[in-house]
Design a protein. Structure first.
Length: 458
């Protein structure tokens, strides 16, 4: 399968300054070379150089497109194969003319993700790194991008490798003692296994703890702003949006049917619904009443309950408080610029001091406090520790949990002095489960499924 040569358009489809067609495989240089008219013939071009020239139809000699062609020879390329990247003018027609010609040569259309899959199969990156490439493309915030970029660089792979190394040593140790099964050795081995299992479990727990943070960074915190009419919900939303410019979704020229909007607070993306959606969420109480608002909260990771501090609590608000009990919530005491009429002690009793944020949106006071409260609620306030590896992939999380369970089983078995060769099975299982994260012990069907989620040309 890897002996053939593939091609795909690697830039977004549509009109642009340039488009890039990527060709990878053993015939890439020769086949593109046959179509290319340039001062230096492509097969003679040095690796990692750019050639200017024209793509010419070998039948009839018609000039099809004016191009810049980059040659990257194996193994110093993304796929570790010979790669040729053709930069064409960024129109639909120019791309099609060149692609049509390429596919008439000994080149076939790449499947989605096939370039990345080749990079994996050729050993350039492991599976978690390949998945991070996809996360990179889909990132919705700078922070999420940085996290993915680190994972592409192999930060998760290294930690998994270290944990697996410990397990491998444990397995070797067990192996030796199975060969010399004196009883006292067995007891010592059980102690050894327990220590090593605990060590690896702690490592796994650290990674799992980062998972929730990873999810937040990747997907954003879905936030519902609720409260009675006129407490200042719309004003708050506008203030948040003004201070923290929304990113990514509002690129001119992209489709406008986006239903999400992102606001970034202390590097944390908040996922707010778009204008129509926001209005609906914000005027929830007005529109559908307290009774039905519960369902709408359901989806939210964070509820911001806005109260008017200049008025006593209303029955509707007591009911809202009941509904958000047990949820991640902050209570915003708005309109603090007016004389206060709220029983703050009662609120503190219900929610705790740290969940209450006094503000005056009108006078632009307290916004920083709100931002602090949100980051400490979701990230324990210590997001700035930039060297943390965030696990953000559901598949990785599931495997980490499985491995932790296997180690728990091994630990329990060692505690009960169950025969060592039985314990060995669980330790080996944990080693395999961690291996599946980096693709070391992953089945072909899994690989197909993962790579098919990529976009074409990646
Ligand atoms: P919503 O119905 O909850 O969305 O409330 P709005 O955001 O539309 O605000 C209702 C009214 O309260 C508007 O006239 C705002 O100017 C006013 N308001 C909002 N925040 C404050 C505040 O902090 N202090 C005062 N005094 N008025 C505010
Ligand atoms: Zn409103």
């Amino acid at each position: 399968m890897l002996s053939d040569t593939i091609a795909a358009v690697s830039t977004a489809v549509g009109e642009g300054g340039i488009a890039i067609i990527r060709v990878s495989g053993p015939d890439a240089v020769a086949e593109v070379g046959r179509l290319m008219r340039s001062r230096t013939p492509l097969p003679e071009a040095a690796s990692h150089t750019v050639q200017y020239g024209h793509i010419v139809d070998p039948q009839g000699g018609e000039v099809m497109e004016e191009v810049l062609v980059t040659v990257m020879r194996a193994p110093r390329s993304f796929t570790m194969e010979d790669v040729v990247e053709i930069s064409t003018h960024g129109g639909v027609i120019s791309v099609r003319r060149v692609m049509d010609l390429l596919l008439q040569q000994r080149i076939r259309l790449a499947e989605p993700g096939e370039f990345t899959k080749r990079a994996f199969l050729n050993g350039r990156i492991d599976l978690s790194q390949a998945e991070a490439v996809m996360d990179l493309i889909r990132s919705k915030s700078d922070r999420a991008f940085s996290v993915a970029l680190k994972q592409v660089g192999g930060s998760l792979s290294q930690q998994i490798a270290a944990l697996r190394q410990t397990l491998l040593e444990t397995l070797a140790h067990i192996e030796v003692n199975i060969d010399y099964p004196e009883h006292d050795v067995e007891a010592l081995t059980a102690e050894y296994i327990k220590t090593r299992c605990t060590e690896v479990t702690e490592g796994i727990d650290r990674l799992l703890k980062s998972a929730q943070q990873g999810k937040i960074l990747r997907e954003g915190i879905t936030t519902a702003i609720v409260g009675r009419p006129n407490v200042g919900k719309s004003s708050l939303l506008n203030a948040l949006a003004r201070e923290n410019k929304a990113i990514v979704t509002d690129i001119p020229g992209t489709t406008r049917d986006v239903i999400e909007e992102y606001v970034t607070i202390n590097h944390i993306p908040l996922r707010l619904l778009d204008t129509a959606g926001i209005r609906e969420t914000m005027d929830l109480v007005e529109q559908i009443g307290v009774e039905r608002s519960k369902a709408a909260f359901g989806e939210a990771d964070l509820v911001l309950l806005v109260l008017n501090a200049s008025e006593p609590l209303h029955d509707d608000e007591l009911e809202l408080m009941e509904q958000i009990r047990g949820r991640q919530a902050l209570v915003i005491l708005n309109k603090m610029d007016l004389p206060s009429a709220l029983d703050r002690a009662e609120l503190t009793r219900r929610f705790g001091e740290e969940a209450i944020v006094p503000m005056s949106v009108l006078q632009e006071q307290g916004l920083d406090k709100l931002e602090e409260a949100i980051s400490s609620l979701f990230l324990g306030g210590k997001l700035e520790s930039g060297d943390l590896t965030y696990v953000s992939n559901v598949r990785h999380i599931a495997l980490l949990k499985k491995a932790r369970q296997s180690l728990r089983d091994a630990y329990d078995a060692a505690e009960q002095l169950i025969p060592i060769d039985m314990i060995q099975i669980d330790v080996r299982l944990a080693w395999e489960q961690l291996g599946e994260i980096v693709g070391d012990t992953a089945a072909d069907s899994l690989l197909d499924q993962i790579f098919s989620q990529f976009c074409l040309g990646k």
